[in-house]
Design a protein around this ligand. Structure first.
Ligand SMILES: [Zn+2]
Length: 252
């Protein structure tokens, strides 16, 4: 009787031990699956920065996925810009709302049909509103009214903030450099104004080749439906600010 009880207890203990061992093994298995899943998520996040994920969620597209011949060098992701500060950090790819992106592909095709050695080189596209605030604040030594000549007030928002404007130039793929447009990107002054080109030409401040190069860019962009502005040779709007506001949400 006694030995039967001992035997029974022993079997019971053995059962509990086996059950706990299995549970521990199952937990370890689950943990390793979770760890693996987490690391895949973390890896994806490190590949696609958070700011890009937000833009993708809002329906914006990476323009190079539509046309890999379009070149991208986001100047605000470098220190080679008018505030001499990298304000984009992880954002290095150019995003636009899908309609403006399709229009840009059309412009790229129109350019290459006429000039097979030329490529569009994008300096800026969709710009998060947080960056608009940063740019605005970095220029705080300039009074607000004058500051609007350089950067749109974040209170109004730029068409860039709606993913519907693009800053770009033309790249010569044979000589491996951008065409000479007479000024650098983000040069703020009369020389950058398309509406003053002929005056600048007459005064010898721009040469014929520089004006002709700007026309090459404008022709391709306007053919695809983009609109130029009067104060920056590099900036083009796919739609008006009012329409952008109606159709799209601001990229935060
Ligand atoms: Zn612009």
């Amino acid at each position: 009787m006694f030995s039967n009880r001992v035997l029974f207890s022993y079997i019971l203990l053995l059962g509990v031990w086996a059950c706990q061992t299995k549970k521990a093994a199952d937990k370890k298995k689950t943990d390793s699956v979770v760890t693996k899943k987490d690391s895949v998520v973390a890896l994806r996040q490190s590949i696609v920065p958070e700011v890009e994920q937000r833009m993708i969620k809002q329906g914006l597209v990476d323009i190079q996925t539509l046309d890999s011949t379009i070149m991208v060098e986001l100047k605000y992701s470098t220190t080679d810009n008018f505030v001499k500060t990298d304000v984009y950090g992880d954002l290095t790819r150019a995003y636009l709302q899908s309609k403006p992106a399709e229009m840009l592909v059309k412009a790229s095709k129109a350019l290459q049909e006429k000039y097979p050695d030329y490529r569009l080189l994008v300096y800026d596209a969709a710009r998060p509103l947080t960056v608009q605030h940063t740019l605005w604040n970095l220029l705080d030594s300039i009074p607000p009214k004058k500051r609007e000549d350089f950067v749109a007030s974040p209170a109004i928002a730029s068409i860039h903030n709606f993913g519907s404007a693009v800053d770009l130039t033309v790249y010569d793929n044979v000589n491996k450099k951008p065409l000479d447009m007479g000024t650098k990107y983000d040069f703020f002054g009369d020389l950058a104004y398309p509406r003053l080109e002929y005056k600048m030409l007459k005064e010898g401040k721009l040469n014929k080749e520089q004006v002709a190069n700007r026309i090459v860019l404008r022709e391709a962009m306007i053919k695809s439906g983009y609109m130029r502005i009067e104060s920056e040779w590099w900036h083009f709007n796919a739609i008006s600010r009012a329409k952008a506001k109606r159709l799209y949400k601001i990229v935060e």
